[in-house]
Write a protein that binds this ligand. Structure first.
Ligand code: BES
Ligand code: MN
Ligand code: ZN
Length: 466
């Protein structure tokens, strides 16, 4: 595995975190010529500012990095990632703790690592980046694992569908399972019909590569059952209800739910959390061909409900429905669902704040808390009971869309809920899977949300490995 941190070195250039409050004391502590230079170059300790401090010979003696005060800092805890594109090549170390102490230092470090990601598969980038020595007080290997997991998912989302179709996504999932000695099975093509996954088959059957369900299991059989289900639509044309070109442009990222499940699984397996992990990935392309599923078609589902297709572009919930019914059947202790499910979620909360849905108020509170604690924010939306009638079928049990323009993210979540019965606790995350522009820790392009927060939550709930 590539080392993301630089080897410890006495020559590492110190980076000082500075706030308005801590600046006067630090200014007095620095050599006079350095503090004078900072003042002369009008350095102001505000969130995201920096100042390169010269040594007597003109070399780089240190870096000042401005932060907001403690309270505001939590809103942008990955902000140290901003240093990666602006610092000259070299080896750096954090010289002090940001306000917020060790947890804030950990997020600053992670922000740096996450900002070093580059997608180079089709355009190599040989420009050198600054490197960070892992702070002594942190578990460097663990931070590297967290970043590696997220990098894996970013690579999967960024890779265009001609190289990341169902075959390639399945191969990536199986490679991950193999790396951690998980037990994997795949059900492909018409076998989906034999084994009662009619909706996964219906959505994916027009794709040039067969639809499939990847299922892998890892960890102690007696551990709490944690099941992750991720939407793996390798490309979403919309189907016969075809998307306009502007809406189709980014649809290689419609497998970001599967990538999220894989990243979280990797974090859990690398940390050897004592849980019985199961990962279910329905993988398809929502394509157009003579055998494509149609508006008005009615299909059975694994759970038994009959589903009328109101819109072939609401395909994610269909493939998830069969996967959820399978996962639910063994009454998992926790079941998490990840999907780039609706445009409506973006309209409501924008790209950086995924909504989540759960019936369990305690779990909702935990999710929100861990999200804040690790700077992986989410916001709860309701499974609003009265809207459930909007997806009632007229000549089937259920329709895959409501026929109005309202509450699209909620009605999608209510659709999923119909396929969950036995899970002791579950939550669904309507993620975006993409950074529209570069922010600290979040380079423009494919990304995943909620994996770090749920790793933190599962670790807190289920205990650390010894
Ligand atoms: N993959 C899309 C949702 C999506 C679009 C996520 C853009 C992120 C960005 C999903 O399959 C879809 O097309 N949903 C439709 C549902 C509608 C037909 C009820 C939508 O949101 O428009
Ligand atoms: Mn769609
Ligand atoms: Zn989709």
């Amino acid at each position: 595995m590539p080392k993301l941190f630089a080897a410890p070195s006495k020559l590492a250039i110190p980076v000082w975190f500075v706030t308005k409050e801590t600046w006067p004391a630090l200014r007095d502590k620095l050599p006079k010529r350095q503090s004078a230079f900072a003042v002369a170059s009008a350095f102001a300790p505000k969130a995201g500012t920096h100042c390169l401090l010269p040594d007597t010979d003109g070399s780089l003696a240190g870096v000042l990095f401005g932060l907001a005060g403690e309270e505001a800092a939590w809103r942008d805890a990955l902000i140290a990632g901003r240093l990666v594109p602006v610092l000259p090549e070299g080896t750096y170390r954090f010289a002090n703790e940001p306000p917020g102490g060790l947890p804030a230092l950990e997020l600053a470090t992670l922000g740096w690592l996450l900002s070093t990601y580059r997608f180079t598969r089709y355009k190599p980038n040989s420009s050198k980046q600054p490197r960070l020595v892992a702070p002594d007080s942190l578990d460097a290997a663990r931070l590297e694992q967290m970043a590696e997991a997220q990098f894996l998912a970013r690579d999967l989302v960024n890779t265009p569908t001609n190289d990341m179709g169902p075959d390639a996504l399945e191969a990536a999932a199986l490679a991950l399972a193999k790396q951690f000695k998980a037990k994997a099975t795949v059900i492909r093509g018409d076998k989906l019909l034999d084994q009662n996954f009619p909706l996964i088959h219906a959505v994916g059957r027009a794709g040039a590569q067969a639809p499939r369900l990847v299922d892998f299991v890892w960890g102690p059989a007696k551990g709490p059952k944690v099941t992750l289900v991720g939407k793996g639509v390798c490309f979403d044309t919309g189907g016969l209800d075809i998307k306009p070109s502007s809406a189709m442009l980014l649809m290689k990222k419609d497998m970001a739910g599967a990538a999220t499940a894989m990243a979280l699984a990797r974090m859990i397996m690398a940390a050897e959390l004592p849980v019985r992990l199961r990962v279910l990935l329905p993988i398809v392309e929502n394509s157009i061909a003579g055998n494509a599923f149609r508006p008005g078609d009615i299909y059975p589902s694994r759970k038994g409900h009959t589903v009328e297709i109101g819109n072939t572009d609401a395909e994610g919930r269909l493939i998830l429905a069969d996967a959820l019914a399978l996962g639910d059947a063994e009454s998992p202790d926790l079941m998490f669902v990840f999907a780039t499910l609706t445009g409506a979620a973006r309209v409501a909360l924008g790209p950086d704040l995924p909504p989540f849905f759960t019936m369990d108020d305690g779990l909702a509170q935990e999710i929100a808390q861990h999200g804040t604690a690790v700077a992986d924010p989410v916001w709860r939306l309701p499974l609003w009971e009265p809207y459930d009638s909007l997806i009632e079928g007229k000549i089937s049990t259920i329709n895959n869309v409501s026929n109005g323009p309202f509450a699209g993210s909620i009605t999608a979540a209510l659709f999923l809920r119909r396929f969950i019965e036995k899970a002791r606790a579950w939550a669904h995350f309507d993620i975006y899977g993409w950074n529209p522009s570069t922010k600290p820790g979040k380079p423009e392009g494919g990304d995943i949300q909620t994996a770090r927060l749920l790793f933190d939550l599962i670790e807190a709930r289920c205990g650390k490995a010894t």
